[in-house]
Design a protein around this ligand. Structure first.
Ligand code: NAD
Ligand code: UDP
Length: 330
């Protein structure tokens, strides 16, 4: 119903948010398998440095654009990946109305573009749609516990509304839309000052500053390495038939954030001890994906253990240090 026949046998993907952390790794992976890329990004929280290495690739094009405004693309597009949205709580709370509009108006704009091109669409949703969950681990059938008036609501409720838009477009047979519920993802190219725990802890450890842990540190998260996440996103975009339901993508290995801090202390020589700071409002207490659906439908599960992923993320952050001669070439 949605399918179209390409005249030239090539595949072209539009990656919104492609200059961000996950989006830039997605651009790398798609280009490497022969898919041409139109990377659309406002550079709000991303950086052109993340895609600079692709700049001269004949299959890569960059458009600086905010998705809250409509977008027209002349080239034929086969896939639209929507990753455009600040993901770190301090960043998405800095301009909450813009965050909400990015998710609602921005997603509607990209769905309209996908409909026009008869392109498949993948929405980067989030574990945040489960809020502070009463069900653990979280399966896709759990409907969540979100405070719709709290400081995280601009993101959580925006992402929930974006999912609604996707499934309405799918039900109306307008767009072949798919929804990935992404759980905490980490790796090289996280912004070192964006406030998320993995980048904060590693940056602090490398600078010999105390590691900041909010609250008691007993709250849990499950961390997925970025290469695993990108493989899951591409698998979900390509799986046939369309699952017709959201799919959790994340690493089910769950640990308290204090334990993550201890692991970073162990891996970074000279790192200082831990500073306990107040827990932010509405901070979810537990989070761990149930990935049975992803395993069954996509034959996907994370392959990179936390020890290995943390070590390579630390190496990458260390290479950004002003003393490193390779700084800027990464
Ligand atoms: P990121 O902040 O590094 O990347 C987001 C990108 O979107 C940035 O390059 C930013 O400039 C761009 N952007 C933001 N608003 C925009 C707008 N209105 N128009 C155009 N571009 C805009 O974040 P990330 O970690 O790479 O996350 C990517 C996506 O995955 C986000 O949608 C996020 O909600 C989702 N996600 C990420 C995680 C995670 O742990 N990294 C977890 C759950 C969901
Ligand atoms: N956190 C922390 N220290 C930091 C940054 C975050 O202890 O320097 C905590 C935060 O309160 C939350 C967890 O780590 O409980 C994950 O936070 P992050 O912002 O990375 O992601 P999210 O809360 O969106 O899952």
């Amino acid at each position: 119903m949605f399918k179209k026949e390409r005249q030239d046998g090539r595949r072209k993907a539009l990656v919104a948010g492609g200059a961000g952390f996950v989006g830039s790794h997605l651009c790398d992976a798609l280009l490497a398998e022969g898919t041409d890329i139109i990377c659309v990004d406002s550079l709000l929280t991303g950086s052109f440095d993340n895609v600079r290495a692709l700049e001269n690739h004949p299959g890569f094009r960059f458009i600086e654009h905010d998705i809250t405004s409509t977008l027209t693309i002349g080239d034929e597009i086969d896939e639209v990946y929507n990753l455009a949205c600040a993901a770190s709580p301090p960043r998405y709370q800095a301009d909450p109305s813009h965050t909400l509009l990015t998710n609602v108006v921005g997603t509607a704009n990209l769905l309209a573009l996908a409909e026009q091109h008869r392109a498949a669409f993948l929405q980067a949703s989030t574990s945040e749609i489960y809020g502070d969950p009463e069900v653990h681990p979280q399966p896709e059938t759990y409907r969540g516990s979100v405070n719709c008036t709290g400081p995280r609501a601009c993101y959580d409720e925006g992402k929930r509304a974006a999912e609604t838009l996707c499934f309405d477009h799918l039900r109306q047979e307008r767009v072949d839309a798919r929804v990935a519920r992404i759980f905490n993802t980490y790796g090289p190219r996280m912004q070192q000052d964006d406030g998320r725990i993995v980048s904060n802890l590693i940056f602090q450890a490398l600078q010999g500053r105390p590691l900041t842990v909010y609250g008691s540190g007993r709250q849990t998260r499950s961390f997925c390495y970025v290469s695993d996440m990108v493989a899951g996103l591409i698998a979900l975009m390509r799986v046939s038939p369309n699952p017709g339901a959201p799919v959790n993508l994340g690493n089910p290995e769950e640990l308290p954030v204090i334990e993550l801090a201890r692991r970073v202390l162990d891996l970074v020589p000279g790192a200082k001890d831990i500073d306990f700071l107040p827990l932010p409002e509405d901070d979810p207490q537990r989070r761990r994906p149930d990935i049975a659906r992803a395993k069954a439908l996509l034959d996907w599960e994370p392959l990179v253990p936390l020890s290995k992923g943390l070590a390579s993320t630390i190496d990458w952050f260390a290479a950004l240090s002003p003393e490193n001669p390779d700084r800027g070439k990464i």
